[in-house]
Ligand binder design. Structure first.
Ligand code: R5P
Length: 303
């Protein structure tokens, strides 16, 4: 029995590097669009009896990526693969893990995706820093939620001279557990957090309406840590609050660069002294002033 890794169209470059690092075969894939917009795909290697890894993350059109992923998984199953393991460094739809109001008729989209992956034949998932425990609980298959604290801490430490000058700040309560873990890895004892309220999603998605702060950052340097930056709304709002609260320099650390709308430029021009994020989602062009943490060494340990 051998192992083969196939890449979806989201990030074949990282997938290829991963296969090389893990010393497993990188399989050929043919992905085309019919003129009506439907996807056709083909796995170009024998998969019978093998462990098949499918590398797919988010890029541009997430819903198309999901369809492509489940077709790839099913192709591997049709080809009688022994096991199909989805490597999804950024797990899509994880933020939609609850209904926004009991008065609305809505899906729990994260649960829907978990069911879809299982139904298509995924046996196991490897991912990084899934958004919430709730989203994780919807996966009724084996799922490894890998963390990058060690890799982030190694790089951040290079920028810290005196640990007691620093405070790790979580931009909301959901980010607090990871902020505390990061602080442990950094040896920083001070952790503070904001309580964030979003506007009614019916009015304007991703917009913050208010936030309350618990802690003290006056005359301190801040390491602001979140799981992702999407539109950048959260981080820009929190950065302004930190300035008002008397923080000195602010370093930004996050795992997933979702970057929709103005997200990327807001962060690039946000006045952060350092920016660290991972390549769980590929960038279209080079990002200035950021240290990109490579996920490949960490995932390769599990292949
Ligand atoms: C929210 O709970 C997440 O942890 C992120 O803070 C959020 O999704 C980032 O989105 P945006 O950049 O659009 O504010």
């Amino acid at each position: 029995m051998s192992k083969i890794l196939f890449a979806g169209s989201s990030d074949p470059k990282t997938a290829k590097r991963l296969a090389r690092k893990a010393k497993i075969k990188f399989g050929k894939t043919l992905i085309k669009k019919f003129s009506c917009g439907e996807t056709y795909l083909e796995l170009g290697e024998e998969v019978k009896g093998n462990t098949v890894y499918i590398y797919q993350t988010s890029f541009e059109k997430p819903d198309e990526i999901i369809m492509e992923t489940i077709l790839m998984v099913n192709a591997a199953k049709e080809g009688k693969a022994k096991k199909v393991i989805l490597i999804s460094p950024y797990l899509l739809y994880a933020r939609q893990d609850k209904k926004t109001s009991s008065k609305r008729i809505e899906p729990i989209s994260s649960k829907v995706l978990a069911r879809l992956y299982k139904a298509s034949g995924v046996d196991k998932i490897l991912t990084f820093h899934i958004h919430s425990r709730k989203a994780l609980s919807f996966y009724n298959i084996e799922i490894l939620n890998l963390k990058l604290f060690n890799s982030f801490a190694r790089e951040i430490k290079k920028e810290i001279k005196e640990k007691s000058d620093f405070v790790v700040v979580a931009p909301d309560e959901g980010a607090l557990e990871n902020a505390q873990k990061l602080a442990e890895f950094l040896g920083v004892s001070n952790v503070c957090f904001f309580e964030k309220k979003r506007e009614d999603p019916k009015k304007k998605t991703n917009k913050i309406s208010s936030s309350r702060f618990f802690g003290n950052v006056r005359n301190k340097n801040v390491i602001l840590a979140d799981d992702m930056v999407d539109t950048g709304g959260t981080i820009v709002h929190i950065k302004e609050k930190l300035n008002d609260l008397g923080a000195k320099k602010v370093m930004l650390v996050f795992v997933h660069a979702v970057f929709s709308g103005e997200g990327r430029s807001r962060i690039e021009n946000g006045g952060f002294c350092n920016i660290f994020f991972s390549n769980s989602i590929p960038l279209k062009t080079k990002f200035k002033n950021a240290k990109i943490i490579d996920i490949v060494p960490e995932i390769s340990k599990y292949l």
